[in-house]
Design a protein around this ligand. Structure first.
Ligand SMILES: Nc1ncnc2c1ncn2[C@@H]1O[C@H](COP(=O)(O)OP(=O)(O)O)[C@@H](O)[C@H]1O
Ligand SMILES: [Mg+2]
Length: 401
């Protein structure tokens, strides 16, 4: 099986509450921390990259109320933010993509630097752009670039950069919304589940047609999480579509059929999470799936099944989840390596692997991560945070391993 890890390392500077963070990601990464600690901001930085490539930088910033809301507000008043993503493509080729976005004196913003490097600096395809001017590239011809857009969009037509563009655009981020999942939906392209589950009927319909084995996995887990539910399918209603669930009813011989409208929040959210995790087919699958608080509205007893589904999905797709739920993390077999602790101090978010004390007690199976979270003892490693702060690597070029 190919390595599920797409993003190997994420470096962020001045993104919302995150002053600086430099972390490595695993096949399955739990971002754990109190409410308001900055977990969603981390996922949102990755989501912004997806949005900016799929649409434009302008729409990605506008969706977030503009650059002034995205860059970190602090006494130091940083005027720019930066993102560096190190990745490993399905082909095995490694590389990084990085950019800085800064405010312009009047109004608006510009891409100050943008860089994409494959196979190591100077060893494979690359480009480096400064304020809309190409500085260096492995390619002899290069499209026109401008300072208000990401050049990776412009070069996505070039065979050497296409796989980077495709993989970054195939990241999926989810904050499932049962209300939207319940409404009648317009039939649409069902290749990738949308962020709130607003096209879930199309995605389930797509799986029925081209990846029934994946739909079976989804139904199996759904039944463990919501034992009354026996299955789900797409159902058209006039020109619209919805989901229909088969559910046991006391005294009835055959399961009853329920439209999504009558399903509980918990069941709909669970279905959304499972669909996000197992969506795709032989030709197309997300490169990474980020899910906000997958345990919301679920009975604590369903946590074990949810954990298992997350671990199973992470065999084929990289998964990142945010959580502040001790129940979800109540498993002494959960490896400390799969957790990143998120902490807010004085309005600034810090993210790092767990400290030695937590790691040791988890390793010795004295406490599960959930128990440590209940005891308020899941903290980022101070040494790692100091190292991050000291290194404060440049987002560009080769950075220390
Ligand atoms: N541009 C910004 N600068 C500084 N802090 C910000 C910015 N945008 C949001 N925040 C802060 O981020 C915090 C929320 O982080 P969030 O990622 O939603 O937390 P979590 O998901 O862990 O509950 C809030 O305290 C908010 O004030
Ligand atoms: Mg959040």
């Amino acid at each position: 099986m190919s390595d599920p890890v797409f993003l190997t390392r994420v470096v962020l500077r001045n993104y919302k509450s995150i002053g600086y963070c430099d972390v490595r990601l695993n096949p399955l990464t739990y971002l754990v921390g109190a409410n308001g600690s900055g977990k969603s901001n981390f996922l949102d930085a990755l989501h912004l990259v997806r949005d900016a490539l799929e649409g434009s930088l302008d729409t990605a910033l506008n969706m977030r109320s503009g650059l002034s809301e995205v860059r970190r507000r602090s006494s130091g008043r940083p005027t720019n933010f930066g993102i560096r993503l190190e990745f490993s493509l399905k082909s095995g080729q490694r590389g990084h993509y990085a950019f800085n976005i800064g405010a312009l004196a009047g109004r608006g913003y510009e891409v100050q630097n943008e860089e994409c490097v494959l196979g190591g600096v100077g060893k494979g395809p690359y480009f480096r752009i400064e304020r809309g001017v190409l500085q260096a590239s492995s390619e002899t011809t290069f499209p026109v670039v401008t300072a208000d857009r990401l050049a990776l969009v412009a070069v996505s037509g070039m065979a050497v950069f296409r796989p980077v563009f495709d993989a970054l655009s195939a990241m999926g981020f989810y904050n499932l919304n049962p209300k939207l999942m319940r409404e009648l939906q317009k039939p649409q392209e069902g290749r990738l589940l949308k962020p709130m589950g607003e096209n879930i009927a199309s995605v389930i319909g797509d799986l029925e047609r081209v990846a029934s084995e994946r739909l079976e996995i989804i139904q199996e887990y759904l039944q463990t999480v919501a034992p009354m539910v026996h299955g789900v399918e797409r159902k058209s209603i006039g020109s619209m579509e919805t989901l229909e669930f088969r559910q046991d009813m006391a005294g009835a011989k055959h399961p009853w059929r329920f439209p999504a409208q009558n399903m509980s929040d918990g069941t709909l959210r669970a279905l959304g999470v499972l669909t996000a995790l197992f969506q795709g087919n032989r030709d197309y699958a997300p490169s990474l799936v980020g899910i906000e608080e997958p345990e919301t509205a679920l009975h604590p007893a369903a946590s074990a099944a949810l954990r298992e589904a997350l671990a199973r999905a992470a065999h084929h797709t990289q998964v990142i989840v945010t959580s502040h739920s001790p129940d979800l993390l109540d498993d002494r077999n959960l490896s400390a390596d799969s957790l990143l602790a998120v902490l807010s101090e004085g309005g600034e978010t810090h993210i790092a692997t767990l400290d030695d004390a937590s790691r040791t007690s988890m390793h010795d199976q004295l406490f599960s991560a959930g128990e440590l979270l209940r005891l308020n003892q899941l903290a980022p490693d101070r040494k790692a945070l100091t190292a991050q702060a000291q290194a404060q690597a440049d987002l560009f070029g080769e950075i220390s391993p």
